[in-house]
Design a protein around this ligand. Structure first.
Ligand SMILES: NC(=O)c1ccc[n+]([C@@H]2O[C@H](COP(=O)([O-])OP(=O)(O)OC[C@H]3O[C@@H](n4cnc5c(N)ncnc54)[C@H](O)[C@@H]3O)[C@@H](O)[C@H]2O)c1
Ligand SMILES: O=C(O)C1=N[C@H](C(=O)O)CCC1
Length: 269
């Protein structure tokens, strides 16, 4: 039987916390090859010349279209910011490169637009707000619990360099909960905030609270209250390695998909 060739991966955001972790994961996985990196600086340099990255010869491109036409990667991984991520994803669609997008902050309208474009081209890809398997399980368990406990509050806790709030994970968790929870406005009907924001953000009557502190990485608690009982589901990422099982899995899965999936839970079996 012919041996499968390694999957050629381009990484956008190689100097970032997640981009650099992804490159270290790719360097240690024989089933993947780092084809290139995409960064707004360091054009023409080698990935191995960036501090903290493994000795890899892959080239850094400032222009993603150049990267795609010269290197012809199979997959693009994006861990940048929502603006760059959207540009990079659009470019991946144009060049037929399968996107694996970890960047958070995409709206449902953005996702629907990319899904339409990729369905038309039969191009596989994934946008996943969280690649940690445990975080995805908390989302699924929350969806189950919400059927019995419509009173829910989500507390997401992240490092203090995080730019978006609430987290993509919290929004996705709330969206999954909405599928099973009877809509309900929580708290006392006549409650009022004496300090604006005290009750957090509101999705369908559910509350989301965002904590930002040094020392944290990525954590989430989903609290369900019932008569005389409290159910708490909690997940902690204590190292960015926690996201890499999901990233590696997604790279392999997108090779056989023909549409854009939103959420790792849709491809985990
Ligand atoms: N899906 C997940 O499991 C998961 C996990 C962690 C973080 N995230 C998300 O990933 C994103 C990145 O997080 P981070 O902690 O690595 O952030 P970071 O700030 O450490 O890294 C982002 C990097 O993107 C680079 N960048 C900015 N514009 C660029 C462009 N046009 N082209 C290429 N690179 C560009 C920046 O220079 C920076 O190095 C955030 O949206 C975060 O919420 C998702
Ligand atoms: O570090 C971050 O930023 C993270 N963002 C994701 C989100 O917005 O849900 C989750 C994992 C860490």
């Amino acid at each position: 039987m012919a041996e499968e060739r390694p999957i050629r991966v381009a990484v956008a955001g190689p100097r970032g916390r997640m981009g650099s972790e992804t490159i270290r994961m790719i360097a240690s996985a024989p089933e993947f090859i780092l084809a290139a990196a995409v960064d707004h600086g360091h054009d023409g340099e080698r990935v191995g010349s960036l501090p903290g990255l493994p000795e890899l010869d892959a080239r850094i491109y400032a222009d993603i279209a150049d990267c795609f036409s010269v290197e012809e990667p199979d997959v693009l991984i994006d861990f940048t910011n929502p603006e760059a991520g959207k540009r990079n994803l659009q470019s991946a669609i144009e060049f037929g490169v399968r996107p694996v997008i970890g960047t958070s902050g995409f709206s449902n309208e953005d996702v629907a637009d990319y899904q339409k474009q990729m369905a038309d081209k039969k191009l596989g890809g994934i946008i996943a707000p969280n690649f940690a398997i445990g975080a995805v399980l908390v989302m699924k368990f929350s969806q189950m619990a919400a059927k019995y406990f419509p009173d829910v509050e989500i507390i997401e806790l992240h490092h203090d360099k995080k730019k978006d709030a609430p987290s993509g994970t919290a929004v996705k968790t709330a969206e999954l909960i909405e599928k099973t929870r009877q809509p309900k406005k929580q708290g006392a009907p006549d409650e009022r905030e004496t300090l604006k924001g005290a009750r957090g953000a509101d999705i369908d009557g559910m509350r989301i609270h965002s904590v930002r502190l040094p020392g944290l990485i990525a954590h989430q608690e989903v609290l369900f209250g019932g008569k005389g009982e409290l159910l708490t589901l909690r997940h902690d990422s204590m190292d960015r390695a926690s996201f890499m099982t999901g990233v590696g899995f997604a790279i392999k899965e997108v090779m056989s998909l023909d549409s854009l999936v939103y959420g790792l839970e849709n491809i985990l079996n």
